[in-house]
Design a protein around this ligand. Sequence first.
Ligand SMILES: Nc1ncnc2c1ncn2[C@@H]1O[C@H](COP(=O)(O)OP(=O)(O)OP(=O)(O)O)[C@@H](O)[C@H]1O
Length: 226
Amino acid sequence: MQEVILEARGINKEFHDPVTVQVLRDVTFAVNKGEFVSVIGKSGCGKSTLLYILSTMDTDYTGELYIDKELMSGRPDVELARIRNEKIGFVFQFHYLLNEFTVLRNVMLPGLKLGRYSEQEVEHRAIERLKMLGIAHLAKQSAYRISGGEKQRVAIARALINDPHIIMGDEPTGNLDKRNSDIVFNIFKELTEAHNQTLLIVTHDPEFAENSHRIIEMEDGRIIRQ
Ligand SMILES: Nc1ncnc2c1ncn2[C@@H]1O[C@H](COP(=O)(O)OP(=O)(O)OP(=O)(O)O)[C@@H](O)[C@H]1O
């Protein structure tokens, strides 16, 4: 039986800026454990707005969001922050690594913040993930001294530190050349195939989307294909 990890039911979102614009319209879909889903659609169709809501960062919407079958909508921000840190890994177009820290420390930070493991355990987990992504040799480097493609792999290692139930990405290959995009895509594929990781990735890259398991296509705030 399929296990649903993420579910959106009838999500609507408006901006009032200063006129009211409806940006998401009755968005309803579910993502199963181990699925690799791409979200595509023209610029301005609402992909990033949707991702903010699904990741529990934006709570100003109507409709219902479930993660692991638990209703997220209406929960206090502190609780959502805890759930986010525990259950969701993020990979953005720009990696947001902290330049003053080493690669290893960057990967460790969300693990230390969660407080589930001792510092020693978090370090061990971080090294394991760097090894899995083929960048353990960079552990002691300052984050600003490595290449763009390496930075994105560090960002993925960081997203994986707490064994997230789902990884969400907003154009994680948007800033990379073809070779590095392929490396990141293959890492995602490997994560789903070897580790049953669930992924929901916003992308403008048709090849990336076609090679994922499923495409959710948006137009004017609605899902037109899923
Ligand atoms: N804070 C805001 N206030 C008003 N309108 C906004 C705000 N943020 C986004 N929008 C509008 O909502 C719509 C959807 O934006 P969103 O960033 O979600 O699109 P997108 O599909 O992610 O686009 P892109 O592919 O270019 O990143 C756009 O028309 C945008 O102008």
